[in-house]
Design a protein around this ligand. Structure first.
Ligand SMILES: C[S@@+](CC[C@H](N)C(=O)[O-])C[C@H]1O[C@@H](n2cnc3c(N)ncnc32)[C@H](O)[C@@H]1O
Length: 216
């Protein structure tokens, strides 16, 4: 093998090895300790690179988000997908972006103030826990969570709260992404939602990146 080819193999092998090691260590740490993703990772979550591998239009269409809907985003983080959803529901719709960490909401607030997002007037930020939201029963068309559910220690409590605030036949959309240290298999997500009273509508996407949609 020529030296240049050997060098490429060594460099690529090191990168792949490092990524696998990081994922393994991160997954073990997350299994042992439950804590919300720290606010400083907000900038990595809200990156163009992430959306190139987990595209916003796919997340929106797989979730069943459409014009005029009143939507609750649980665990919005820095808002990597919030602006896309706000535009998808349009001026007749509304997005309530909820997160337990003020540091994450502050990043979304700054994002919404940017000139390119000044057209967005239908997002309201809510600092609250997924366990107890300040909304009345049966008030949302759709609740969605992107790489959030497994981060919440009592998932049943959070899912039951989503169930409560959804209108009859409302949609719950759970999106998961393999690089997330908390990533669960599709069947794990389906079992959790069914246990909370939801019926499976459709599960779309690959092993690595999927959205499971449920009906109340
Ligand atoms: C990995 S981040 C994902 C953020 C965003 N959904 C995204 O995909 O970029 C998970 C988010 O869930 C929030 N979170 C964790 N536990 C929560 C809880 N019990 N109630 C509300 N939000 C929570 C964290 O603060 C964090 O912003």
């Amino acid at each position: 093998m020529p030296t240049w080819l050997l060098m490429i193999v060594i460099v690529l092998g090191s990168i792949v090895g490092f990524v696998l090691l990081w994922l393994t260590v991160a997954k073990i740490v997350r299994k042992l300790w439950h804590f919300p993703a720290p606010a400083f990772i907000g900038r990595f979550l809200d990156s163009g690179y992430r959306r190139s591998v987990q595209p916003a239009d796919k997340v929106v269409s797989r979730s069943g988000i459409s014009q005029g809907m009143k939507v609750l985003e649980v665990g919005c983080g820095s808002g990597a997908y919030t602006t896309f959803v706000a535009r998808a529901v349009g001026p007749r719709g509304k997005v309530y972006a909820l997160d337990i960490q003020p540091g994450m909401l502050a990043q979304l607030e700054r994002k919404l103030r940017k000139p390119e997002n000044r057209d967005i007037k239908n997002v309201e930020l809510v600092e609250a826990s997924a366990y107890g939201t300040p909304f009345t029963d049966s008030s949302f068309d759709l609740v969605y969570m992107i790489t959030v559910l497994q981060e919440i220690p009592d998932r049943q409590k959070a899912l039951k709260e989503s169930f409560r605030v959804l209108k009859p036949s409302g949609i719950l959309a759970v999106t998961e992404f393999f690089p997330d240290p908390d990533y669960p298999l599709k069947k794990t997500t389906v079992k959790l939602a069914q246990k909370a009273g939801f019926q499976v509508d459709e599960v779309q996407g690959s092993f690595w990146n999927y959205t499971a949609r449920f009906i109340k």
